[in-house]
Design a protein around this ligand. Structure first.
Ligand code: PLP
Length: 387
């Protein structure tokens, strides 16, 4: 028998993701309408799949450069320029990674020293705090509030900064709240970042899924480029979750440090996926626009429906998640999600898995067909009426 005492203390202390429990339960049931998964319901564009097939036909089956195919890095820098008005050097300031997940991991490990604090804005993506811990850092949760539409304010940020604070980790548009920070919000934060000389990890994986206001990259705010690690990728906006492809853009010294870890731990990102991503950036933006339009229509439907059936729901500016309040029911978010699944076979994720400030809310992904969304709303209405 394997002894748990062999395990590292950090790993022993890590809690498994709370999302898994609900997926495991839902997987054993028939007829479930799932608003649980955090991935697009679109299949990757055909031209992108075709580019991967062509790369295999041409025999491109070996490693690429550690930092990624130069052609892809060049396309990424063109994309950063045209979409966010940011300039990066494709030779030294871009690393192609195995999803935004690995980008986050190497960013933490390259920058955090043991005992340094990283402020994690909550409710947040479930991987953030564990990744900070695995890098030896201390995740410091910073709660945002539903009353403010889950926006991070400069005042709240400054209140949690200590002499040990090294970095801030933000995500806009956010998973799970869908909240997007606009230029004004980011500008206010930038003054605090500058004052306390912090690094910013800016997870911009949902940048392509902004519905009402223009998406602004944190690195494009005056003075922030040189202290920001931009984390992005192809999973969400380009509907490419299974390809496992992301990237980081950062100033030379930080990108080179991340590349050191990447070259030892990963060698390079999958080669055929990199060829696919070149095509996605060159010719795939129309499809991204179509998908964005479709998500926006579904966002409008689900938010209106939730409010109509009595679940107060702010309008999320981006991503594909609605985060309605279930406080009126008097249940915890876990109880609500469990009963909704067992009684009406609708899967949502309890807000508490995204941090304590997510309690009182559930995450509903609207990356499902309109028919599925309508069915889910009908079942949820019945569930609430029967309480
Ligand atoms: N960052 C956020 C906020 C996410 O929601 C996710 C996936 O759900 C990721 C990063 C990971 O993305 P990838 O598939 O590129 O690893």
């Amino acid at each position: 028998m394997i002894k748990t005492s062999y395990l590292s203390k950090t790993v022993q202390e890590l809690q498994p993701s709370g999302i898994r429990k609900f997926f495991d339960l839902a997987a054993t049931m028939e007829g479930v309408v799932s608003l649980g998964v955090g991935e697009p319901d679109f299949v990757t564009s055909w031209s992108v799949r075709e580019a991967a097939i062509a790369s295999l036909e041409q025999g491109h089956t070996s490693y690429t450069a550690n930092a990624g195919l130069l052609e892809l890095r060049k396309e990424i820098t063109k994309y950063m320029k045209r979409s966010f008005n940011l300039e990066y050097d494709p030779y030294h300031e871009v690393v192609v990674t195995v999803g935004a997940s690995q980008a986050l991991d190497i960013a933490m490990r390259a920058i955090i020293n043991p005992g340094e604090e990283v402020i994690v804005v909550e409710p947040s993506f479930v991987a953030y705090a564990p990744l900070v811990s695995l890098a030896g850092g201390i995740p410091v949760p910073l709660a945002t509030k539903g009353e403010n539409g889950f926006k991070l304010t400069a005042k709240d940020l400054e209140a949690v900064i200590t002499p040990k604070t090294k970095a801030l980790l933000i995500c806009s548009p956010n998973n799970p709240t869908g909240t997007q920070l606009n230029k004004e919000d980011l500008l206010a934060l930038s003054h605090i970042i500058e004052k306390h000389d912090l690094v910013v990890f800016s997870d911009e994986i949902y940048a392509e899924l902004a519905y009402d206001e223009e998406f602004v990259s944190f690195a494009s705010i005056n003075g922030m480029r040189d202290r920001t690690v931009v984390i992005n990728g192809f999973s969400k906006g380009f509907a490419m979750t299974g390809w496992r492809l992301g990237f980081v853009c950062a100033p030379y010294e930080l990108a080179e440090a991340m590349l050191k870890i990447h070259q030892y731990a990963m060698m390079c990102a999958p080669t055929m996926a990199q060829y696919a991503a070149v095509e996605a950036l060159k010719n795939g933006m129309h499809d991204v626009e179509d998908m964005r339009r479709s998500y926006r229509a579904r966002r409008n439907y689900i938010v209106k429906s939730f409010n109509e059936i009595g679940l107060d729901c702010h309008v999320p500016g981006g991503a594909f998640y609605a985060f309605p309040s279930i406080k009126k029911t008097g249940m915890t978010s876990e109880k609500f999600a469990e009963r909704l699944l067992l009684e009406e076979k609708v899967a949502v994720v309890p807000g508490s898995v995204f941090g304590t400030s997510g309690e009182g809310y559930v995450r509903a992904s609207y990356a499902s067909s309109f028919e599925q969304l309508q069915e889910a709303v009908q079942r949820m209405r019945r569930f609430l009426e029967n309480l």
